[in-house]
Each structure stands twice: as structure tokens, then as C-alpha cells.
Design a binder for this molecule. Sequence first.
Ligand SMILES: [Zn+2]
Length: 158
Amino acid sequence: MAMANVKMTCSECGKEYTVSVKHGSRKAADEFEAYIKSQAGQCPACYRKHQNEKRDSFRFKEAAEIREFDRKNGFPALEGSEKQEAWAVAIRHEAIVSINIFAMGKLYKGAEITAENAQDSAIGIKAFLCGEKSAKFFIDHRDESVQGWLDLISARMS
Ligand SMILES: [Zn+2]
């Protein structure tokens, strides 16, 4: 394990911040450092502001857009009454968006993210969400926080 700690200057507000990421080897950490230094980055506060904007654009307003996203990405139709199903599909979509935004944001908190475990967890999350076919399940978990979803997922995976 090797840490990459990179001092960056926010491209937006000019504040200094540090990006810390754990890598499998010194070489990978150095490569990451060289790469991230060449990027224009934003401090956590500016990043969060942009994520919120991105999140709003990510979040489809129209049911038809969500259906299209689900179809393209292999998320199955849900079982339940027509009304339950439509509601549950929207809840699931919200969960997908929240979890993805959260996973991207973790990079900035110095969480232990490597290319491998990021991919593993993305696959795990998707497998979990695709495996739940009951509309009732999503409706029951409509108030779940991102951490709540991740806890459910890791409980299922272990
Ligand atoms: Zn900033």
C-alpha cells in the first residue's frame, strides 16, 4: 500500500486542499499523483456544489427517461401493482444516482479507493439493485440514506 497525497489549488476559489488516495503500489501512487497534478481540480466545497448541480441534471424527471436508463443498464422491471411499480422504479433510480455521486465524492475524503475495489463495489451495488425485483422492497426502503443502502448491500454481499 502507498499513499498519494497531492496538494492542489482549487481552480474555482483558489483555496488549497489535499487529495489523498491509497494505491496498491508506490508506482501506482506516483502515477496517480502525476495525473491528478495535471488536472484542474476543485476543493471539496466547490466540488460538492458542482456535484449537486450534476446530480440535478443526472436525476431524470420523466418516468420515460428512467425506463430508458434502466433498459440500457440492465435494471429489471419490478413486480407489483402498476402504481407501486412506477413509484419503486423512481426510488431505485434515486438510489442509483445517490450511490454513484457518493462513490465519486469519496475520492476527496481520502477513502481507500483503488481501481480494483471501486470496480468491485460498483459491480456489487449493481448486482444487489438488479437482484431486487419486488416493488415493495424499494418502497419499504424509500427513506434509506446512501449509508443505509451501502449497509444493506454489504450485509447481502458478506
Ligand atoms: Zn474551491
